[in-house]
Ligand binder design. Structure first.
Ligand SMILES: Nc1ncnc2c1ncn2[C@@H]1O[C@H](COP(=O)(O)OP(=O)(O)OP(=O)(O)O)[C@@H](O)[C@H]1O
Length: 321
């Protein structure tokens, strides 16, 4: 909550409209996300609260449904799915310049639900309750070129490696757990040959060389114990992990985890703009909230506090200046 205990200027008290006819509140429902056993429960809550239900029938359908919601002046937009569905909805809204037109509510029914978990939304009913009575916050949205992302942009690991390493690994190695996990999973791995420029208001950091990966967190912080980043400061949390022997990775992961200190091969900066340029012959694979793209170079920036979302009680922010 606010560090000075005062309500933020954009904090809205918005109880449910008493008799919504359902036209102004929709739920976009991905019936296939997660274990795919959530449809009845989501429909029940949506019917009780008079939401119009829009069920996806194929991949990328949520992009179109989000645009339909904007065209129909929907004010409350619930998204029942995981991070992929959410990513599609935000992409759809951006494509029709409607990011600022809706209040987004997350109904976590995906596999990992990293975004929902990070902003403190734990279950289906809670997601709907927060839309009715919860706190609204305007959060930063990340952009990689033209494409928005909420959680993270990761360069350097192939598709099969998930950001969400097993909880056991996370417990042991903290933020770098997924690097450790990745290296255990991969038989073949091409490091990144890149130049990176990170720009913040008062500083510019340039790095070039061989890296294992670059992790750019919007809601997520990768260093130390990880967890939620400040999503209202207009800054990315950027971690570049240099190429190093596997044994050093374990040592550095442990040092970061146990002592919470910076280590030799891990560059950690905050930036509101980032340029990543490949110096090798192959394009770089980027994962935006789990969606894969390739680019030779990419500029990342934030649009500060451009999306209103319903957050849970564990969501933390520092009061904007
Ligand atoms: N009706 C559908 N049939 C098949 N695929 C769909 C359908 N609706 C959406 N999808 C696709 O389902 C994919 C996975 O969705 P999503 O990421 O939300 O769930 P998840 O992978 O279980 O969760 P998480 O990303 O949180 O781990 C998305 O890429 C989306 O395009």
């Amino acid at each position: 909550m606010a560090d000075n205990g005062e309500p933020a200027p954009d904090e809205q008290d918005s109880p449910a409209p008493p008799h919504s006819d359902g036209n102004d509140q929709w739920v976009i429902l991905n019936p296939t996300s997660g274990t795919a056993d959530h449809v009845d429960e989501v429909r029940r809550h949506a019917d009780e609260r008079n939401y119009t239900i829009q069920e996806t029938t194929h991949e990328e359908h949520a992009v179109q449904l989000a645009q339909d919601a904007a065209a129909n002046d929907v004010e409350r937009l619930a998204v029942a799915g995981g991070d992929g569905t959410l990513h599609e909805v935000v992409r759809g809204l951006v494509e029709v310049s409607a990011l600022g037109a809706v209040t987004l509510g997350v109904i976590p029914t995906g596999t990992e639900n990293i975004f929902a978990t990070t902003i403190g939304v734990a279950g289906i009913e809670e997601g709907f309750d927060l839309l009715d009575h919860g706190e609204r916050r305007r959060i930063d949205v990340g952009f990689a070129g033209e494409e928005p992302f909420l959680v993270s942009c990761i360069a350097g690991f192939p598709a099969e490696v998930s950001v969400a390493a097993s909880s056991d690994l996370k417990e042991r190695f903290g933020s770098l757990a997924f690097v450790v996990a990745s290296l255990q999973e991969l038989t073949e791995f091409d490091e990144l040959h890149i130049e990176l420029t990170a720009i913040s208001d008062d500083e510019e950091t340039t790095w070039s060389g061989e890296a294992l990966c670059v992790l750019v967190g919007n809601v997520l912080r990768f260093v130390n114990r990880g967890g939620q980043a400040n999503v209202e400061d207009g800054l990315f949390d950027v971690v570049l992990i240099e190429q190093m022997p596997a044994s050093d990775i374990l040592a550095e992961a442990t040092a970061q985890r146990v002592f919470g200190r910076d280590t030799e091969h891990v560059l950690h900066v905050q930036a509101n703009q980032l340029e990543i340029r490949g110096l090798g012959s192959d394009p770089i694979t980027f994962s935006l909230d789990g969606e894969l793209n390739t680019h030779d170079e990419l500029v990342l920036y934030t649009e500060p506090r451009s999306l209103t979302v319903c957050v849970g009680s564990t969501y933390e922010y520092t009061h904007p200046e």
